[in-house]
Design a protein around this ligand. Structure first.
Ligand code: FAQ
Length: 319
């Protein structure tokens, strides 16, 4: 809803219009008035999401030169490029809120903004590429499908396209693992080892437990988030257990058991100390992830300068 400019702007009236739009499940668009807290929360979440996509290119990108066949290389290359595209859609969505893309990526490099904890773990074998597709993209879909109904229009629309691509990513990962599971005992052991290392960090992707999640209540009231962290984590566990059975791997949790009363799988205690350490900068690969991002910015600054000068020159000609 837009404020009319022919009379003094009444903040209470604008707030009431905003609240009514949220209550009616309509979308807030960039031209609409919005509370400062809503804008800031969106910039924070969308920027963290965008940073996760571009940092998330690194663990799988490490295997591009070592992919075991041309087919696998083509698939992986397409997937890693998709993640770059997701980052671009999301930075564009953040720009509609008045954020500056270069400023956001600087904040990432300076450690002032976060990215998903999961990308601070290393990919140790090619099975990790499959497990990232199955677990990490699977968790991303679980978390992001509800974001297609987020109250902020540009974010919700970006998520629709991203989720379609994440779905392909999840399937390619599962298909890769299926192929390895039909292979040699060594290949099956590689898959199980990757599952053992990535399962718990994947559960951490959904964020801290609800009673330790400072942003959830307000973000849900604003319709930015549609479900709590624990709800989505439970949905993910319920989805993953039967998939693990079909694949023939064991999820590394002795407490995992089906509860017929609730219709959900119970699972063991997540190591929240590890989560805090990794988010705080002390994960296995935090420093190298940021160092590579910094090098990409600094080493390629001349490209940005040349493109900016070229655009300025040609816009002058057009004018
Ligand atoms: N890692 O109060 P909450 C992908 C932070 S994309 C690091 O619960 P909120 C695609 C949180 O930001 C994966 N930090 O926060 C792909 C907050 O920090 P702040 C990324 C985390 O926002 C696949 C603090 O903890 N997806 O995988 C994490 O309400 C394969 C308190 O937490 C998204 O970003 C974490 N795991 O809920 C790419 C989805 N969890 O700023 C390549 C959109 C929490 O207050 C290869 N984001 N924190 O200091 C969301 O849905 C939400 O932001 C949550 C967190 C659910 C992540």
């Amino acid at each position: 809803m837009t404020a009319t400019l022919d009379r003094p702007v009444d903040e209470d009236e604008l707030q009431a219009q905003f609240d009514a739009t949220i209550a009616a499940e309509h979308r807030i668009e960039p031209r609409d008035w919005m509370p400062e807290g809503y804008r800031k929360t969106l910039i924070r979440q969308i920027a963290q999401h965008a940073h996760s996509e571009i940092i998330g290119m690194q663990p799988e990108g490490d295997w591009l030169l070592a992919a075991p066949s041309l087919r696998r290389k083509a698939i992986l290359l397409a997937k890693v490029q998709d993640e770059a595209g997701h980052g671009m859609y999301l930075y564009s969505a953040a720009e509609t809120l008045g954020a500056d893309r270069a400023d956001l990526t600087d904040k990432l490099i300076e450690g002032k903004q976060k990215y998903s904890s999961i990308f601070n773990y290393r990919t140790l074998s090619y099975a990790d590429v499959g497990v990232i597709g199955w677990f990490v993209d699977g968790a991303a879909i679980c978390n992001q499908v509800p974001l297609c109904r987020s109250s902020y229009g540009p974010y919700a629309r970006a998520m629709i396209r991203i989720c379609k691509e994440e779905s392909f990513h999840q399937r390619q990962g599962y298909e890769l693992l299926m192929t390895m599971m039909r292979g040699t005992p060594e290949q099956r052991a590689m898959v199980q080892d990757a599952v053992d290392r990535w399962w718990w960090p994947s559960l951490m992707m959904f964020g801290p437990p609800d009673d330790d999640s400072p942003n959830s209540a307000q973000s849900m009231a604003w319709g930015i988030k549609r479900h709590s962290n624990d709800e989505l984590r439970q949905r993910y566990v319920d989805m993953s257990v039967p998939q693990a059975e079909v694949l023939g791997v064991t999820l590394p949790d002795p407490d995992l058991s089906y509860d017929p009363e609730t219709g959900h799988y119970r699972f063991g205690q997540i190591d929240w100390d590890e989560f805090k350490r990794v988010v705080g900068g002390d994960g296995p690969a935090n420093k190298e992830r940021i160092a590579r991002r910094r090098a990409a910015r600094d080493d390629n600054a001349w490209v940005t300068e040349a493109a900016t000068a070229y655009a300025a020159k040609h816009s002058g000609v057009a004018a």
